[in-house]
Write a protein that binds this ligand. Sequence first.
Ligand code: CTP
Ligand SMILES: C[C@](O)(CO)[C@H](O)COP(=O)(O)O
Length: 229
Amino acid sequence: MVIPAAGVGRRFGGNTPKQYLELAGAMVIDQVLGQFVEHDAISGCVVALSADDGYWPDSRYAQHPRVQRAPGGRERCHSVANALAALTPLADDTDWVLVHDAARPCLRRQDLDALLEVLRDEPVGALLAVPVHDTVKRSRDGRHVEGTVPRAALWRAYTPQAFRLGLLRDALREADRRQQAVTDDASAVELLGLQPRLVEGHGDNIKITRPEDLPLARFFLEQQGRPCG
Ligand SMILES: Nc1ccn([C@@H]2O[C@H](COP(=O)(O)OP(=O)(O)OP(=O)(O)O)[C@@H](O)[C@H]2O)c(=O)n1
Ligand SMILES: C[C@](O)(CO)[C@H](O)COP(=O)(O)O
């Protein structure tokens, strides 16, 4: 398990990185880790943290034996690559690695288990995703509609995204070599000409990105009956 948690939350604003804000009785990142640390199919977690992260020691998982740290990077993909480097001496290149944003606290156990189940017969890897339900517009100036994007084949990529350690490490390395700024892990694997499997999940697996997302996440956790993290 890799948890990229080295972002500063520019779009969210405020002084505290969003992964450390309080949500339903725990920090956002602890709500996330609580989903994985005791899962019997997951052997451990590597959390990628910013060099000046002063919040992590307050996590209830900071000293957990199945949680270790790795240095964050300039972009999310670099943080993930650093976490994979930390995993490499501890795992085989054929081991599955799941990458899940520290800013996605509402992941349902059933969606995680559905993703894990697909990996039994999906050699490339897989990611949780949700079909696009809104009409999508394209705009170059951010003010006027240039056109409408056909949405029938569009999906919103979520996390976890699951790939074998060696493949994802090589894919991210190649993306970096090509100076391709990949915003998710599957994009790097797609650059190699591979087609990860889509696993339809629930739309409430939101990423806390903007301020309005935090009360929404609180609502979703209450709806899921989730205890504090
Ligand atoms: N250099 C980075 C940037 C992001 N992330 C992590 O990647 C996840 C998804 O990124 P995003 O939602 O973009 O978080 P931020 O980068 O913090 O947000 P912003 O872009 O608004 O600054 C988050 O858990 C974030 O902590 C990371 O580990 N390393
Ligand atoms: C990985 C991700 O959450 C999939 O939707 C998304 O790409 C992260 O993008 P961000 O710009 O780092 O928030």
